[in-house]
Write a protein that binds this ligand. Structure first.
Ligand code: TXA
Ligand code: MG
Length: 331
């Protein structure tokens, strides 16, 4: 395996020639294309099987480039960028002419992010100034985002020109997406940065968007998003057990994913297949996608998850679980 610096320069060369390179970020792996090459951007949509009107996030490495990609930037956006970049935060801002409409799905707003992963940063630096990478999560449309290079390889390996391996993503859930109404921040997708932290920095309230009222297209807000192939159900720990029996009576094989000491103790020494998840939201978020992939292997008919606590620290996890789950009309 060539050393990282030569892999990065080879990745940058491929990207500048219109290639597609998957690379690690601190949130999830991205599928990168140079935004100035329309054929490369189009290939991303083809590889992901994603509708062309779904906008891509533009990744870059220097805060000083912000005004190159966006204009009419609200004060609140500058504050958040300064405080949280590089990091798991995407800002939705009016685009400049340097970002073409095929990147933004035809919208005048662009999603911008400076990722915080040494490999992603080195790659963006190697691309040179005034270049940026469009990078949606490196999974097929509607599926779980990859948090290791092996996940990308399994799902898209034969379709991309190169995959840079940066190990397991330390956050494991996608970035927090923030849009602005005048100077107020509205969260379109909860993620790596909790709303409370945004509010602290802005010294102002931050709201979660009423998704249905939003006229901005966010593919992550489709209910089918982030789903494993195996049906996933979420149950409070008081009914999880019964649901498990119900599924078994049908001759089906459930896999339980619990997190509370109460449930894990109750289930101990029973005949059910159960995987213990973390009871801490950051660690739970980091392991969620990898765990869902692991058990989404055809061996189980249902994934039954214990409902996480309903508190703000768990907002991003809850959001992804709701999108990944299906509401069973029993059984
Ligand atoms: O953590 C992340 O954000 C990862 C890593 C690779 O950076 N990227 C990611 O990209 O999750 P993607 O394409 O899988 O999800 C990006 C979301 C989509 O739901 C898209 O609709 C939304 O961001 N988005 C991008 N540009 C937008 C815009 N101009 N207006 C509204 N939503 C936008
Ligand atoms: Mg995605």
């Amino acid at each position: 395996m060539p050393e990282l610096s030569s892999q990065i320069s080879s990745a940058a060369t491929k990207l500048k020639a219109g290639g597609i390179v998957a690379f690690p970020t601190e949130t999830v792996y991205g599928l990168g294309a140079d935004i100035s090459i329309p054929s490369a951007v189009n290939r991303i949509f083809e590889i992901k099987e994603r509708p062309a009107n779904h906008p891509l996030i533009v990744h870059f490495s220097q805060l000083s480039q912000l005004d190159h990609w966006a204009q009419e930037i609200p004060r609140a956006a500058r504050l958040l960028a300064k405080h949280f970049w590089p990091g798991p935060l995407t800002l939705i801002l009016p685009r400049t002419n340097h970002v073409s409409l095929n990147v933004t799905g035809g919208q005048d707003m662009v999603g911008l992010r400076m990722p915080d992963h040494p490999t992603a940063r080195a790659l963006l630096d190697a691309m040179g100034p005034e270049r940026a990478l469009a990078a949606p999560s490196a999974n097929r449309f509607g599926r779980i985002s990859p948090t290791t290079a092996a996940h990308v390889f399994d799902e898209l390996g034969h379709k991309v020109d190169m995959i840079l391996d940066g190990g397991l993503c330390k956050i494991g859930l996608e970035s927090t997406i923030v849009s602005f109404k005048e100077n107020s921040a509205i969260v379109l997708r909860p993620g790596g940065i909790p709303l409370t932290k945004l509010a602290e920095v802005l010294d102002d309230e931050v709201f979660l968007s009423e998704k249905k009222q939003s006229d901005i297209r966010v593919s992550g807000s489709l209910n089918s998003h982030y789903a494993p192939l195996t049906p996933l159900e979420i149950w409070p720990n008081t009914s999880l057990w019964e649901r498990c029996r119900e599924i078994e009576k049908l001759g089906l094989h459930p896999m339980l994913l619990g997190w509370s000491a109460e449930f894990l103790t109750k289930i101990k020494n029973k005949d059910f297949m159960c995987f213990p998840m973390s009871n801490e939201p950051t660690a739970y978020g980091r392991q969620l996608y990898a765990t869902l992939r692991r058990f989404d292997n055809g061996q189980y008919d249902r994934l039954l998850l214990e409902t996480p606590p309903n508190n703000p620290d768990w907002m991003a996890v809850l959001d992804r679980l709701q999108r990944a789950s299906f509401v069973p009309s029993r059984p």
